[in-house]
Design a protein around this ligand. Structure first.
Ligand SMILES: [Mg+2]
Length: 249
């Protein structure tokens, strides 16, 4: 079961986790049976794709400099721009969504796949492990991602699916479509407050992709969100899965 696996085997991986993962692999001989992993759900921007959207500039354009600074000071872990917009008047909201769409479109022009993403996709495919996607970006961006890189995540839920992350609803929806338990699924993403929160809320395993070491244990404590695993590159996910889960198709 998930809880026993976690209590016995949970280790918090430091930023260069390859060697600790290997060390753990030998320890796992005495650990309880590994959890069967039936699906992995990925965030898109900054996880499957290289971050190209200048979020700070986007927030400034939407909120204005003064409001941006105020909200940023109140939310040191990150701004939930969609949440802020929801309470605005329809007219103001329309302009905000327009500004966001402009930044997202610029991001699409420069879209690049994250190193290791295609290989990880192929690995999961070879193990017959389901691959889903949840993003707060729009469906158009997901369609473009699928077309451009020739890999398909299904279901792929964009922000047209409400409520979106960090609500666990999209992940629970994917689990029910797959007919698997959330405890047999891992959520992988680069945002603590969106991806890890969504995964934890659903009762799934969580893996935080932290390429630049921007998160510290203090951040986890502050938000009371501790990912089960942390990696600094998608290429580390492969060995993490092999060491910690039963990947039998
Ligand atoms: Mg992201």
């Amino acid at each position: 079961m998930r809880s026993s696996l976690l209590s016995k085997s949970f280790i918090f991986l430091p930023r260069k986790p390859l060697s600790p993962v290997c060390k753990f692999a030998s320890m796992s001989k005495i650990a309880p049976p590994k959890t069967r992993l039936r699906g992995v759900v990925f965030d898109m921007d900054g996880t499957l794709t290289v971050p190209v959207i200048d979020f700070a500039a986007m927030y400034r354009a939407v909120l204005g400099e003064h409001e941006y600074k105020r909200i940023k000071a109140e939310n040191p872990s990150g701004i939930d721009i969609l949440h802020h917009i929801e309470s605005w008047s329809p007219d103001k909201q329309r302009r905000a969504y327009q500004a966001i769409a402009d930044y997202e479109r610029q991001g699409l022009d420069r879209l690049q796949i994250m190193p290791g993403a295609a290989e990880l996709y192929g690995f999961l495919d070879s193990k017959k492990i389901r691959r889903g996607l949840i993003t707060r970006n729009v469906k158009e961006a997901v369609d473009l991602f699928h077309q451009r890189f020739g890999i398909t995540f299904s279901p792929a839920l964009s922000r047209e699916f409400r409520p979106y992350k960090p609500d666990p609803a999209p992940l629970l929806h994917i689990c029910s479509m797959w007919q698997v338990q959330p405890s047999e699924v891992m959520m992988v993403g680069d945002s603590l407050k969106d991806d890890v929160a969504c995964g934890k809320g659903a009762g799934a395993f969580t893996c935080l992709l932290d390429e630049t070491g921007r998160y510290s244990p203090t951040d986890f404590e502050k938000l009371d969100l501790k990912p089960d695993f942390t990696v600094s590159s998608l290429t580390e996910v492969y060995s993490l899965l092999e060491s910690n889960f039963d990947l039998t198709p």
